[in-house]
Design a protein around this ligand. Structure first.
Ligand code: G6P
Length: 620
């Protein structure tokens, strides 16, 4: 197809038609929203203080209760602080994991007041583990805890399913690594690369674990396609180059119908065709039985298919085939990951709050963010390999806790914002603001005691190693923040290994579940995600209508160029005029046979027609 992008070239600048209202001029009382019974309480006036904020949400029906003003709770006396540290320090001996909550200033009264609600949360968790429908909106059980202890699953067929799948994963990974299963036309004679295609919960766990645990020379190297960005996909495929012939493509999607993942698959399949390779001999699907993906993989005879279970949510799927197969292919000991998670699960089942690290975390989050997400959680692992932990937690925490309604249907707009990268790198980026700027966060430090494998360390100056610096940076930042009343939690592990990573995942999964109970929300659904997906589908449907209208006008003799207003009119979508302009600009920038004459900066001046019309083309 001929394509001319006219003046809508990349250098054209798109400007808003009118200057936007400065944010400063927005006033609380100027915002008028539809007010329902619970809205009325929330919107009556802006919250004046932390306590007000909690109260107003509680009044709206949420489980959040007011917490007292916190300034007085920050202990500054070093000896008292040491006592607080010792009194509250949690240790899991077998895992070598510590949790220090001493730099969160909750009071004994708060702890006692929360006790009954924590007991309620424990009971809810026990029911969940026994197979209750813990995700009522979707009518689903929530069973990720069974994955690391199948005997807990409430039905014997579930136990079998879990055990059978784990065996199949181990066997398949062994056969791939040992080249018992080979790609048909690989010069290497074995699979050397994994290309994982998936998004959200079907990517973040495998990405985090690969970064944290893959050995320097894994049996198979892994790379990811986790978006529908064509340039990103091209980059991954180009990086593989001729090694595409030795690449195992794992397509991961619980639903089997996520558009980004489908697109990634179609792009990869095209690359296989162009390279003269047979995709089905190198493709593996991880998805729910009978999903679109599962059916395609079965009909096309892909190399293997592994199940995802209805009762495992995407963001808690790292210990299912989703996380275990990619990990096993990189030579990561997945049984150790499961063992670490299982040990942590046991530890977080205790109903003695002080001995339950997940309950302590949930309690700290509640205290620090007033039970309404008023402060963000900055996650700072001081270890490069843990870089993606915050990104992984972002989905686990924010998709689970970021909810508009509570379980009783009250509007609560709950959530807990998570961000962070790693220390000490971030000390040279944004710690300045954390120390001195807006006080809207609390920190979680992740400390790893072992700097390097034994026998590799050396002193770069007398008595001091490189790792000592990292340690010093962490401790220094923790102290400096606390001195300025900025609270923090510290989680310490001996080293980053499959066991500790499994334990950390399990710890945060449980903490999220307990916190969700404390604020009375469903942690296991994601209704908000659907709105964006629906809107995206509508944009694509509109694009087809635009193309149909343009095609008709461009098939006329002479060709009839149309203004954006005319296109909107002929699409019977005058209210979509801005979106139509954006569709035209996007297609024009991508050599899509659209000719847009005029200036992109003046949308009304544009006249559009197709470089080629197709009388037979059906766009709708
Ligand atoms: O695994 P899939 O069905 O492809 O879903 C991938 C992701 O899709 C959505 O965005 C959900 O909000 C995520 O929770 C999910 O992990």
């Amino acid at each position: 197809m001929a394509s001319i992008s006219g003046v809508c070239s990349p250098s054209s600048t798109l400007r808003p038609c009118r200057s936007l209202l400065p944010l400063k001029s927005l006033r609380w009382d100027a915002i008028s929203l539809p007010i329902g019974p619970s809205d009325r309480l929330r919107h009556a006036r802006p919250p004046q203080s932390i306590a007000d904020l909690s109260r107003s949400t509680a009044a709206g029906g949420a489980a959040a209760e007011p917490v007292e003003k916190k300034a007085g709770a920050i202990e500054k006396d070093p000896i008292n602080l040491w006592h607080r540290y010792v009194d509250w320090l949690y240790q899991h001996k077998e895992l070598g994991l510590y949790l220090d909550v001493s730099r969160i200033g909750f009071t004994d009264e708060f702890f006692e007041r929360m006790e009954p609600r924590l007991q309620k949360a424990f009971r809810a968790m026990q029911e969940l583990e026994k197979g209750a429908i813990a995700n009522p909106d979707e009518g689903r059980m929530v069973g990720h805890y069974w994955l690391r202890n199948p005997k807990l699953a409430p039905k014997s067929f579930l136990v079998l399913q879990i055990e059978k799948t784990l065996d199949a994963i181990c066997r398949f990974a062994d056969e791939i690594i040992s080249a018992k299963i080979k790609p048909p036309s690989s010069p290497a004679g074995r699979f050397t690369q994994v290309l994982s295609v998936g998004i959200g919960g079907s990517a973040l766990g495998p990405q985090f674990v690969a970064e944290a645990l893959a050995p320097d020379n894994p049996p198979l190297k892994i790379r990811f396609i986790d978006n529908t960005d064509p340039a990103g996909i091209d980059h991954q495929i180009a990086q593989l180059g001729p090694e595409l012939a030795s690449t195992l493509v794992i397509v991961i999607s619980k639903s089997g119908g996520t558009p980004e993942t489908r697109n990634g698959l179609l792009e990869v399949q095209k690359a296989f065709r162009e390279a003269g390779l047979n995709f089905s001999k190198q493709g593996v699907a991880i998805t729910q039985e009978n999903s679109l993906l599962d059916n395609a993989a079965r009909i096309e005879g892909w190399l293997a298919r592994f199940p995802m279970f209805d009762w495992v949510g995407g963001r808690t799927s790292e210990m299912s085939a989703v996380g275990l197969l990619p990990a096993a292919l990189q030579g990561i000991d997945i049984k150790e990951m499961l063992a670490g998670a299982s040990l942590m699960d046991e530890a977080t089942r205790t109903t003695v709050v002080k001995n339950n690290p997940a309950a302590l975390l949930a309690l700290c989050w509640y205290w620090a963010s007033d039970g309404v997400g008023s402060k963000d959680m900055v996650v700072l692992p001081y270890k490069d390999s843990m870089l993606l932990f915050s990104r992984y937690l972002q989905q686990l925490v924010m998709e689970s806790l970021g909810k508009e309604f509570d379980l009783d249907g009250n509007r609560v707009n709950q959530g807990l914002t998570v961000y962070g990268n790693k220390g000490s790198t971030d000390q040279h980026a944004y710690i300045q603001q954390l120390r001195e700027g807006v006080h809207n966060f609390f920190v979680t430090f992740i400390e790893v005691l072992r700097d390097r494998p034994p026998g590799h360390d050396w002193e770069l100056e007398p008595g001091v190693t490189c790792g000592d610096y990292l340690f010093g940076m962490l401790q220094g930042t923790r102290s400096a923040l606390y001195a300025n009343n900025r609270e923090s939690i510290s989680v310490t592990v001996q080293e980053v290994n499959p066991r500790s990573v499994g334990a950390l995942i399990a710890l945060y999964e449980r903490a999220v579940g307990i916190y969700a109970s404390l604020v009375n929300i469903n942690a296991y659904h994601q209704p908000g995600v659907e709105a964006g997906k629906k809107a995206a589908a509508e944009v694509l449907a509109l694009q087809k209508r635009v193309l149909a209208v343009l095609n008709e006008a461009s098939c006329k003799e002479p060709v009839e160029p149309l203004t954006i207003d005319e296109i909107a009119d002929r699409c019977h979508a005058p209210e979509e005029i801005e979106m139509i302009y954006k569709i035209v600009a996007h297609m024009a920038a991508n050599d899509r046979a659209i000719i847009a004459e005029g200036s992109c900066g003046s949308p009304r001046s544009i006249k559009v027609f197709l470089g080629e019309c197709n009388v037979d083309e059906l766009y709708v």
